[in-house]
Structure formats: C-alpha cells, structure tokens
Design a protein around this ligand. Structure first.
Ligand code: MN
Length: 197
C-alpha cells in the first residue's frame, strides 16, 4: 500500500457540508472483514460494493447492482477507498457535493476471501492488485461466492462482478428489484430522499 489510501476520499469531500463520515480509526486488518452494498442515487443510480481490505473499504460502483444469476456479468467500476465508518452511512449527500443524492445500506455483513492461485490462498489486498478476487458473502440479502475480475486497466479501468455457481445461486431471484429496502432502517432510497432533504 502506497501512502495514505484515504487521501482521495478526503480530498473529494467538504466535511462541513456533507453528512458522510470522516475516518477516525487507525488502519488495521481484521480477521472478520465486513462488506457493504450501498444503493446510491447520484447523477445515475448505482450500487457501491465495498469490501474491507487492509483497514479500508475497497470500493466498486456497480450500475445494475449485484445478481444472483451466475450467467450475469455486472460491470463494476473501481472508486476511491472509503473509511470503515462509511459502512453504516445512510442519508442524503447535499446538492453540489461530490456524489450528491440519497444513500441507503442495501446489504451488509461479513465476507471471507477465498481467492486462490495454483491452489495457494492469496491475501485480499494482493488479489485486488492482481485484478481477481473471489469472496464468500454472509449478508442479509446476498450469500455465497462472488468473483470480481478486472478486464480493463488504465483510466477506464473496469471489472466484472459475477455470482459463483453454488447453493445460493438463483437465476429466478432479482434482489435489486424485489428487495429495495435498507437492511438497517427498512426504508427505500425514495423515503430517505424525502425524509432527509
Ligand atoms: Mn456511489
């Protein structure tokens, strides 16, 4: 890890205007890392998938959200690392601020890094640097194996999020459409936008 991974997060935000959290914890890796998926109606609606890795939340914006169908390949565009405190953030980022719009916690839980290369386990940070991480989610909506794989590098770096074929794979489920509420407050993103604007 080079320098301060949260420098970009801080630089993009004015904490006197946005209700988003500032980072306050020292960076350290955890044996029981968390994941979160936040539904975010910014200029365009997307789902921010965040995995706790080496003390920060590594983040990807997934325009269509996650699928439970292994046949779906969902585009995932990397965004700046977020502080761990962000995992439970729900609210409205005010107009003119970076990412303006409502945010809900669409799913949250813990995950296990299951990335292997030639039969050897690969640490999560290294897996992301190599462009391929496999992980097992234990969330309230999503469970089981998923893989994130980089297919484009450079300024337009892009990844794919794919459900692994396991007991939790279900092509008939559509959690993005069928389960729109926050797992923390039960509210929809429209309710958060109304109540907190
Ligand atoms: Mn976002």
């Amino acid at each position: 890890m080079n320098g301060d991974p949260l420098e970009s997060y801080r630089r993009k935000r004015d904490f006197s205007r946005t209700p988003e959290p500032q980072d306050s914890r020292p960076l350290q890796s955890s044996s029981n890392p968390i994941f979160v998926i936040q539904k975010h109606a910014a200029r365009t609606l997307h789902y921010d998938l965040r995995l706790e890795i080496d003390g920060v939340l590594k983040s990807w914006a997934v325009p269509k959200g996650p699928s439970t169908d292994p046949k779906d390949k969902r585009l995932a565009v990397p965004t700046e690392d977020h502080p761990l405190e962000y995992a439970t953030f729900e609210g409205v980022i005010p107009e003119k601020q970076y990412g303006a719009g409502p945010v809900i916690v669409w799913d949250i839980g813990t995950y296990r890094n299951i990335t292997e290369k030639s039969g050897k386990p690969i640490p999560a940070g290294e897996a992301v640097a190599l462009g391929h991480i496999s992980f097992y989610l234990e969330g309230k909506k999503l469970n089981g194996g998923y893989a994130l794989r980089r297919f484009k590098t450079g300024d337009d770096e892009a990844w794919l999020l794919i459900k692994m074929a396991d007991e939790y794979a279900d092509p008939n489920r559509d959690p993005v459409r069928e389960e729109p509420q926050s797992v923390l407050s039960g509210r929809t993103i429209e309710q958060v936008a109304e109540e907190e604007s």
